[in-house]
Design a protein around this ligand. Structure first.
Ligand SMILES: NC(=O)c1ccc[n+]([C@@H]2O[C@H](COP(=O)([O-])OP(=O)(O)OC[C@H]3O[C@@H](n4cnc5c(N)ncnc54)[C@H](OP(=O)(O)O)[C@@H]3O)[C@@H](O)[C@H]2O)c1
Length: 292
């Protein structure tokens, strides 16, 4: 039986990855930094993992001394470890780059056979964003290392648009630009299938998105339909959004970088190869129950 270390196991994707590895017969070791999160289900219906995991190691990836031996006896490392919202303590380079480098060091020491890492789709078009720079800095190091690796390059996850229905219920929706940019977001469970299949695949990189393509406006519209509301719609012109992002940057770099991600994505189509069966309509319908 193969043993996998899942780093980022308490996150949206990591939870589905734990579930999928278990389903495929792996012995699962989870890297966890917060015991409370380990016990509870995740956001937006991501599964509880306590009963799926065979071994748990409590560690903080930014503190290499806590990681000693985490890869011993491990055949595969899967990492969706990253910082998607600022914690105002670490930079994205501390976590997405150095945190994953610390795990890679352990994987090399332990002679791990394969490392599957989750970066982002179309990173080369978004290299102005520090989060993407940090991901790609790690990708470069991983691909130059002696471990066989696969980089997963996903489109946005359903969790990123999980607030749409609640916002529609609150009566106010906004977006940047004309709302015509297209993307195909993906459910965590569909993406986890791709991540686990990558372990036995030969590809260096796998680009992936969900089965349905929407404009941003179509996603907003669907959320409103499912919420049963006609909220106030406020499209923010690019010049205003860019100005606000620049102004925020004068005071807070972390918030600026997250906002820069949003404005960058509002200007480009990001449609990746389609995969999966889980539909946005069903996800939003689940979200309506949460929103009350
Ligand atoms: N969300 C998207 O739409 C999207 C799209 C493309 C790519 N990605 C990338 O996919 C990855 C996973 O995204 P996600 O939405 O699943 O993120 P998430 O829910 O925030 O999960 C991130 C995971 O990393 C863990 N983590 C962060 N810092 C850590 C540290 N210092 N030590 C140990 N664990 C640490 C978190 O632990 P805690 O639970 O304790 O916080 C969590 O388990 C990220 O790298 C992200 O950039 C995301």
């Amino acid at each position: 039986m193969k043993r996998v270390l899942v780093a980022g196991a308490t996150g949206y994707l990591g939870r589905y990855a734990v579930q999928e590895f278990k389903k495929k017969g792996y012995l699962v070791r989870a890297l966890v930094r917060n015991p409370e999160k380990f016990k509870k289900p995740g956001a937006f219906f991501a599964p509880a993992i306590e009963d799926l995991v065979d071994e748990v190691v409590y560690a903080d990836a930014t503190m290499p001394e806590t990681l000693s031996g985490i890869c011993d006896g491990v055949d595969v490392v899967f990492s969706s470890l990253g910082m998607i919202k600022p914690d105002f303590v670490h930079t994205v380079f501390d976590v997405d780059y150095q945190g994953n480098m610390n795990i890679l060091d352990q994987a090399i020491k332990a002679g791990v056979g394969k490392f599957v890492y989750v970066s982002v789709f179309d990173a080369h078009r978004m290299m102005n964003i520090p989060n993407v720079q940090a991901h790609e800095k790690f990708v470069k190091e991983l691909q130059a290392s002696r471990i066989e690796s696969t980089i997963i390059r996903p489109n946005g996850y359903f969790s990123e648009i999980g607030q749409f229905v609640a916002r529609a219920k609150r009566g106010f929706m906004f977006w940047i630009g004309d709302g015509f940019v297209r993307s195909n977001p993906i459910h965590g469970a569909d993406l986890a299938e791709v991540c686990v299949q990558a372990v036995d695949g030969r590809e260096r990189e796998v680009e992936v998105g969900g089965p349905e393509v929407f404009t941003y406006y179509e996603m907003v519209d669907l959320a409103c339909e499912i919420a049963g509301e006609k909220p106030l719609m406020l499209p923010l012109p690019f010049w205003l959004a860019d100005g606000l992002v620049a102004a925020v940057g004068l005071f807070n770099k972390e918030v600026h970088d997250v906002a820069l991600f949003a404005t960058t994505l509002s200007k480009i189509d990001v449609v990746s190869p389609k995969y999966g069966t889980r539909r946005l309509r069903d996800f939003f319908t689940q979200c309506r129950l949460l929103a009350g």
